[in-house]
Ligand binder design. Structure first.
Ligand code: 5AD
Ligand code: SF4
Length: 444
């Protein structure tokens, strides 16, 4: 077992977990390869948050089944949130899968792969102590580093499979995290994003999330700090104050609301009311002027009436999020809501979702149009994918900004004047382009 092809589905947490797996495999003497055809083993790091995500993974397993037909030695593994669900597939007669490993089994990955080459293996135990705090991930070299500060979730929202796939909430120690931030900065990362399912409930010993932000703010070389996703109920005054007082913590928060109807919020077990959310927004906007806010909303939760939906639409106009991730409700096995009858038809879910998407598009467009003529500080990430002579990066408020390539290196900060906008991107020109070498004039 020498070469492994690793493919990642789902959220940033999974991307970070893949970096962790890559570190474990490389330390065991295995090499990561870019093509499944070149690998002794392929691993899919999977997502189970909505049915659609699972279907994509199952489709991809079909590709690997064909590869395995041509090369019966190939070990096919599945990691991550679908592990529990796919366990039964190890026993199928015309078996494709050799290995199923859950989110708490990555430390044992090299050994599991070797065993799977001989006979099918499952390791889906959840371990309420595993944080991987001592393991160094193999980070993609880039401007931004994602650092997992907390694993699992204790909130048990009634629609959500995460507490079942990832287990109980655990936080990594402050000292381990500060060391990870220092290493990332020493490796050239300029922006750190703390990751956790309810990241602002991070707590270790006497330290809370406000302490973590303050400690990271002191690390040299780091220019910007972000975190995702906080839970509205854990947005304490201490956290808000730390955001306001730490110069490196950027003025943007992704704050999932899910629904603006108190009835639906209650059925979702979100633990706050719309007024509670309004209060968090008010405190954030008062403490951090110009803060950008984004959210997640679910359309068509069981029992959601047209009136509930209208409340969400009305609140969108009131709060004016900068952007939003909008989802159709998807019933997930194991969750409480899975047992409840779905009262909103697929068509109706689609209609509600489309209404939310169109409204958010219009609002984001208005907010972006109003930024034309202003200046933004952009952390340069690199050349655009289309390679059309444009650089791109993020503003302090996490808006994507593209501007003409002026030779700025990734990881540098530029002042950019905004000259155009779409609902998803700002278009600018740099106003402090790096100075060209002075012209040498000869004679006179
Ligand atoms: N159906 C639809 N959306 C869901 N999310 C989580 N579970 C479900 C589900 N069963 C959404 C929530 C969450 C985001 C990560 O995914 O909005 O904030
Ligand atoms: Fe899922 Fe709710 Fe936990 Fe978020 S807070 S991961 S939606 S259970």
């Amino acid at each position: 077992m020498k070469t492994v092809f690793l493919e990642t589905y789902g959220c940033q947490m999974n991307v970070a977990d893949s970096e962790l797996m890559a570190g474990v495999l490389e330390r065991a003497g295995m090499a990561l390869v870019d093509r499944p055809e070149d690998a002794d083993a392929v691993i899919l790091n999977t997502c189970a948050i909505r049915e659609h995500a699972e279907q994509r993974v199952l489709g991809r397993l079909g590709d690997f089944a064909r590869l395995k037909a041509a090369n019966p030695e190939l070990v096919v593994g599945v990691a991550g949130c679908m592990a529990q669900h796919l366990r039964a597939k190890l026993l199928e007669k015309r078996r494709v899968l050799d290995l199923v490993v859950g989110p708490d089994g990555y430390r044992r990955l090299p050994e599991l792969l070797r065993r799977a080459a001989a006979a099918p293996v499952a390791d889906v135990r959840l371990d309420r102590d595993e944080t991987y705090g001592d393991l160094e991930p193999r980070r993609e070299r880039g401007v931004r580093a994602w650092i997992t500060v907390q694993r699992g979730c204790d909130k048990f929202c009634t629609y959500c499979v995460v507490p079942f796939t990832r287990g109980r909430e655990r936080s990594l120690p402050l000292a381990d995290l500060v060391r990870q931030v220092e290493r990332a900065a020493a490796g050239g990362c300029r922006e750190i994003v703390f990751l956790g399912q309810t990241v602002n409930s991070w707590r270790h010993g006497d330290d809370d999330f406000a302490d973590l932000l303050r400690a990271a703010n002191e690390v040299d070389g780091v220019l910007r700090l972000r975190f995702t996703s906080p839970h509205p109920s854990d947005m304490t005054d201490r956290v808000v104050a730390a955001m306001a007082e730490c110069g490196k913590v950027m003025p943007h928060v992704h704050l999932p609301l899910q629904s603006a109807s108190d009835r639906v919020l209650e059925a979702m077990n979100r633990t706050y009311t719309l007024d509670g959310y309004r209060d968090v927004v008010r405190r954030l906007r008062a403490a951090v002027p110009g803060i950008a806010l984004s959210t997640d909303l679910i359309a068509g939760f069981p029992g959601e009436t047209e009136e509930d939906h209208r409340r969400t639409v009305d609140y969108m106009r009131e709060v004016r999020w900068d952007s939003a991730f909008l989802f159709k409700y998807s019933a997930r096995p194991d969750t409480k809501a899975f047992r409840w009858p779905e009262t909103v038809s697929e068509d109706e879910k689609g209609r509600r979702l489309t209404e939310l998407i169109e409204l958010q598009h219009a609002l984001s467009g208005e907010i972006h149009d109003a930024l034309v003529g202003t200046e933004e500080e952009v952390l340069v990430e690199g050349r655009g994918r289309r390679d059309d002579g444009q650089l791109y990066g993020k503003s302090r408020t996490f808006r994507t900004v593209v501007f003409g390539d002026d030779g700025s290196a990734p990881g540098t900060l530029r002042r950019v004047r905004i000259v155009g906008a779409t609902p998803v991107t700002l278009i600018g020109e740099s106003v402090d382009a790096p100075r060209p070498e002075p012209l040498v004039t000869i004679g006179g």
